[in-house]
Design a binder for this molecule. Structure first.
Ligand code: GLU
Length: 304
């Protein structure tokens, strides 16, 4: 715990220095990534075959996987702009899944896809699967498939440290709150808290920039995402109140590719059992101060 605190303090210092240098905008390098020395290595299922999955067959022929992800979510999905390397808990889940499908880490090409564009990317075959804080729900299940869930988040609020009047969504009346277009947290505020002044951008990092420059009063999305931003700048921002929704994270797959979905469910279960899931969590998202929870039960729903 002490160690995590120290790391957070160092990160905060670095972020402040970056902000002072005027480069705290979206796309600036992650201040500090996950503990790569503590990441598990995943055994690649050489000779693995999944002929019933059209997605797998296409990737196999191509020779690599194309995986959709986020690039600006601390400890979840971050891209180092200098090296182009992606890191974080979601990225580890993606690598774990790739290994079980017979693809080495270097046979994955990550593509950044914003919240609002995930369904289209899966429907158009632009990506083979998607790992990026993607909440499973019935509406989305009509358009895409979901393996998992592999983590349970909940909607929360991020405010500046000097904010004393916002403790929960009920306090947003008349205040400005920012979220990502096409996200479940955006939809929940629009539907349940109509007195809040809601603004949307493509990404949460733009919302955070707006918070730090006093353009908005709060940022809302999953606690897992907000805690990462807060951990990187604890002097500037804090997460307040209790989570006010359940956001089970699934791996998005093309709808109808049941063979792929169930193969990923098997792979998740195996990695939860052999300790890789916990190890990956502790080296990534765990650094924002969240202790490794028990993963939620996998939902092997029938083909729809
Ligand atoms: N988990 C929520 C969603 O899937 C919010 C995070 C995100 O936008 O990726 O909409």
């Amino acid at each position: 715990m002490l160690r995590t605190k120290n790391i957070a303090a160092v990160l905060a210092g670095l972020l402040l220095a970056a902000l002072a240098a005027g480069c705290g905008r979206e796309g600036s390098p992650p201040v500090k990534g996950p503990r790569t020395d503590r990441l598990p290595t995943y055994r690649v299922g050489t000779g693995f075959q999944l002929p019933k999955s059209p997605t797998w067959r296409k990737a196999h022929r191509r020779g690599y996987l194309v995986v959709g992800a986020k690039e600006d979510q601390p400890y979840l999905g971050e891209k180092d702009p200098a090296s182009g390397v992606y890191s974080g808990f979601d990225i580890e889940i993606a690598r774990m899944m790739a290994a079980s499908l017979g693809f080495e880490p270097k046979k994955i090409r990550f593509r950044t896809i914003a919240s609002a564009n995930r369904e289209t990317a899966l429907q158009n075959g632009q990506i083979d699967y998607y790992v990026g804080t993607y909440t499973v729900n019935d509406m989305r299940k009509k358009i895409v498939g979901f393996a998992g869930p592999y983590y349970m988040a909940g909607q929360g609020l991020l405010v500046r440290t000097d904010e004393n009047d916002i403790h929960g969504p009920q306090d947003l009346a008349g205040r400005t709150v920012c979220s990502a277009a096409g996200s479940t947290p955006y939809q929940r505020i629009a539907a349940d808290y109509p007195k809040a002044k809601l603004v949307a951008y493509d990404t949460y990092s733009i919302c955070v920039d707006n918070l730090l420059t006093f353009q908005v009063d709060a940022v809302t999305t999953d606690d897992a995402i907000l805690l990462g931003f807060a951990a990187k700048a604890p002097d500037e921002m804090k997460v307040v109140g209790k989570p006010f929704s359940e956001e089970p994270y699934g791996i998005g797959v093309p709808r109808g590719d049941t063979a792929l979905r169930l193969a990923l469910d098997d792979a998740l279960e195996a990695n939860e059992r052999n300790g890789n899931w916990k190890k990956a969590f502790e080296a990534t998202l765990g650094l924002s101060g969240v202790p490794a929870p028990k993963p939620p039960p996998i939902d092997r729903y029938p083909a729809n």
